[in-house]
Ligand binder design. Structure first.
Ligand SMILES: *[C@@H]1O[C@H](CO)[C@@H](O)[C@H](O)[C@H]1NC(C)=O
Ligand SMILES: *[C@@H]1O[C@H](CO)[C@@H](O)[C@H](O)[C@H]1NC(C)=O
Ligand SMILES: *[C@@H]1O[C@H](CO)[C@@H](O)[C@H](O)[C@H]1NC(C)=O
Ligand SMILES: *[C@@H]1O[C@H](CO)[C@@H](O)[C@H](O)[C@H]1NC(C)=O
Ligand SMILES: *[C@@H]1O[C@H](CO)[C@@H](O)[C@H](O)[C@H]1NC(C)=O
Length: 457
């Protein structure tokens, strides 16, 4: 596989057909521009004329509102600002490594990847799911303003942003302060007491480890998820504690695609079905020094570098190409399999980027996906992924070549079918009727809450 070829595939991925045709006839570019401009002008004039003379009901021009297709209602607590949007005022210091200001904009979607017009692509930060979740629930058609008849209660605490802002706080009382205050506040509410918080939930954009401080190593965690009252709630998190987290439920890391309409989603899925995939596999990531669970990374990088069927995007010294969404998705969309090694923790945002790119994930730990996102995945792991243990991971290329072409096609189809459930749709999406990551979570929570009510009767 030559470099130019991979470049072509990449470009082909992001440009619509129209743009490609334009490239073929560069001399006509200006003429086409002129024609389009004239047409646009003409259309706007016609449209204005129509609107002025035949006023439509506003719903028509403003597209369809979403309706609640489910048998549940969710109540959103109106928390004091210090627990969510108040934190954003300090966005420069919310994370000890990065200035979060660009990332918390647009309800947490971050900066749009295209400067002009409405876009569904954003440079979304990996640990920002809590903000997008909040914005999605606020606009959810099954939201109720009346706690009396609510089935589930959402506590929109930006716990992840708070946690990363106090990682270096040596005074533990101070580090835990906001979490403790939140729990005191919420457990004091009338609706909490109705069921001791069992129908209440948090949605957190960082891993559970950041909220489960242990006495032996202190890497900056607070105690939120160890507080007994929080253990009575459901905690949605991008990485659950696989052994102690009975009340933890995995939710997807946000990727870069946040569509406004179902049609955009379907168009994307079709594109990923058709795209050429010259690479058997690829790896996007960097080595991790001194972390036992990431030792496999050095091995993957070695095997990928020496295989002619593998594309390696190595992230070292903050390699900026690794942070460019289109470069990352381009590598994945050119590959049939995407290796997903554990990093600083078991899970990776990269898994969700790979699935978005229609690339079949290859796992080396059951905790990267299988024990995490139960609400979102088919029971049959083999239908959408490959698992390699220490023994068969020494020959990744040979193992992957043993999977037949028809199996690969079938697995990829399953992966592409999963994309809508694992995507955070745009919070202001209108013509969007596919269940997204938030819809799936709310439905599962409501089902659970109903089951608990039954038990307590
Ligand atoms: C919807 O939920 C209510 C109680 O919350 C129940 O009485 C009703 O039967 C449910 N309907 C359906 C179609 O499940
Ligand atoms: C969604 O709409 C609201 C209200 O118009 C606006 O404040 C918000 O910025 C919009 N969100 C995004 C991500 O564009
Ligand atoms: C830690 O912070 C708490 C609350 O702000 C304060 O009362 C306490 O004196 C501090 N402890 C130390 C050792 O500084
Ligand atoms: C958790 O819920 C159970 C059952 O409703 C209750 O008995 C217990 O007191 C609650 N724990 C706390 C810390 O609120
Ligand atoms: C690798 O071995 C594990 C356990 O022995 C097995 O479940 C898995 O299917 C194997 N993977 C491949 C690709 O052969």
């Amino acid at each position: 596989m030559t470099y130019t070829m991979s470049r072509q595939v990449k470009i082909d991925l992001w440009l619509e057909k129209k743009d490609k045709e334009k490239e073929k006839y560069p001399k006509n570019k200006e003429t086409i521009k002129l024609i389009i401009l004239t047409l646009l002008l003409f259309c706007s004039v016609c449209f204005l004329f129509l609107i002025l003379h035949f006023p439509f009901p506003t719903e028509f021009t403003a597209s369809l509102p979403r309706t609640c297709h489910h048998n549940f209602t969710v109540y959103v607590y109106d928390l004091p600002n210090e627990f969510n949007i108040g934190l954003l005022q300090n966005c420069r210091h919310l994370n000890i490594y990065t200035n979060m200001c660009p990332h918390v904009s647009n309800n947490g979607l971050g900066q749009p990847l295209h400067r002009s017009g409405r876009t569904s692509w954003f440079a979304t930060h990996q640990f920002i799911a809590e903000m997008i979740f909040h914005a999605r629930v606020e606009n959810h058609p099954c939201r109720t303003r009346n706690p009396h008849n609510a089935d589930i209660f959402y506590v929109p605490f930006y716990g992840g942003l708070y946690a990363s802002s106090v990682f270096r706080e040596p005074n533990l009382t101070k580090r835990d302060e906001l979490a403790v205050r939140l729990v005191d506040y919420i457990s004091d509410q009338r609706w909490w007491r109705r069921s001791n918080g069992r129908d209440h939930f948090l949605a957190i954009g960082r891993t559970a480890w950041d909220f489960m401080r242990s006495s032996d190593t202190d890497f900056g965690a607070n105690i939120l998820m160890q507080m007994p009252r929080v253990m009575n709630m459901s905690v949605l998190t991008v990485e659950r504690q696989p052994w102690k987290g009975d009340n933890h439920f995995g939710i997807p890391y946000p990727s870069y695609f946040h569509p406004y309409t179902s049609a955009e989603m379907v168009t994307w899925q079709n594109k990923m079905r058709r795209v050429e995939r010259p690479n058997l596999f690829s790896f996007v990531g960097g080595p991790r020094k001194g972390l036992e669970k990431a030792a496999i990374r050095d091995e993957l990088i070695r095997q990928c570098a020496k295989s002619s069927h593998c594309e390696l995007l190595k992230c070292e010294n903050g390699g900026s190409r690794c942070h460019d969404p289109m470069t990352v998705l381009g590598v994945m969309a050119r590959s049939r399999f995407c290796l997903q090694a554990p990093g600083d923790s078991f899970t990776r945002r990269s898994t969700f980027d790979a699935i978005l790119a229609g690339c079949i994930p290859v796992f080396f730990s059951p905790h990267t996906m299988y024990t995490q996102y139960m609400w979102y995945l088919p029971d049959d792991k083999r239908s959408y992924s490959v698992f390699m243990d220490e023994k068969n991971s020494t020959q990744i290329e040979q193992e992957l070549l043993r999977i037949s072409e028809s199996e690969v096609v079938q697995m990829r189809e399953t992966v592409i079918d999963l994309i809508p459930r694992l995507t955070y749709a745009h919070p202001n999406a209108t013509n969007y009727d596919l269940p997204d990551a938030v819809d799936v979570a709310l439905e599962a929570l409501a089902k659970q809450a109903r089951a608990k009510v039954m038990v307590s009767f």
